[in-house]
Design a protein around this ligand. Structure first.
Ligand SMILES: O=C[C@H](O)COP(=O)(O)O
Length: 247
């Protein structure tokens, strides 16, 4: 198994979150992009305002690394027009993957029509431009019943509105990695939540994100059946793989 083919190496901290100036934070972003090129990760996941930079660096390196970005990050509570405008800009800047934060708070309030509409319109926009689209459901904000329902809702919107050959380009993704639970509990992918997502999102693929930090975690997720892993620890995962395989 080549774990690198699963890895969306992720750096999404704002200047404030990183406690860095804009210039310093650009340097950190560049180091993640360079690392993704060097290590042949599947994708570099970067904030929207760094997409054009990542695309340029990857093209100059003649690399196949994909560029992904997040839409309406990290709360997902903007209106549809705002979400679509952000996605449109990311497409113009050259993003390959669009990871939308689903309005999971609206879902919890029972505003199902709103959630269905954003999934339909966001997916339509992405697929029309041949992008991969992912819907982040923020599992740590949901109970297991809600994870079942929201995974199934996304699956149903996609199956009712798009062709079978398009399903592989629409993921259900577990987490932003930035959600803070009231009791400081795990805020990302867990074996339990990923199993629930896989059971209820299929035939759509699943991306595990948040808290996947080492090779053993990554292998566990891949063996469960995820197609992608979003992680800020991609290098540690690859180093673990190399040690395990005696390289
Ligand atoms: O999508 C990826 C997450 O932001 C990464 O979360 P992490 O820092 O827990 O690996």
């Amino acid at each position: 198994m080549d774990v690198r083919a699963y890895l969306d190496s992720t750096y999404l901290k704002t200047n404030q979150q990183a406690n860095l100036s804009e210039a310093e934070n650009v340097l950190v972003a560049k180091s993640f992009i360079e690392e993704a090129i060097r290590e042949h990760f599947k994708l570099i996941m970067i904030r929207p305002d760094r997409v054009a930079l990542a695309k340029k660096m990857i093209q100059e390196a003649q690399s196949n690394v994909l560029v992904g970005t997040v839409i309406d990050f990290s709360k997902g509570q903007s209106d549809l027009a705002t979400k679509l405008a952000e996605a449109q800009q990311a497409i113009v800047d050259g993003a390959d993957d669009l990871d939308f934060v689903c309005n999971y708070e609206a879902f919890k309030r029972g505003e199902i029509a709103l959630v269905k509409e954003e999934i339909l319109k966001g997916t339509q926009m992405g697929l029309a431009h041949k992008k991969t689209v992912k819907w982040i459901i923020e599992v740590a904000a949901l109970n297991n019943g809600q994870i079942i329902q929201l995974s199934a809702l996304i699956k149903n919107v996609v199956m009712q509105n798009f062709k079978e050959e398009q399903y592989a380009a629409v993921f259900v993704k577990s987490s932003t990695g930035f959600y803070v639970t009231p009791n400081n509990e795990p805020n990302g992918a867990t074996v339990e939540t990923i199993k629930i997502m896989l059971e209820n999102a299929s035939p759509l693929p699943v991306k595990a994100a948040g808290g996947v930090r080492n090779y053993a975690d990554a292998v566990e997720m891949i063996q469960l059946g995820v197609q992608r892993i979003g992680t800020s620890g991609a290098k540690a995962i690859v180093d673990g793989a190399n040690t395990q395989n005696g390289y």
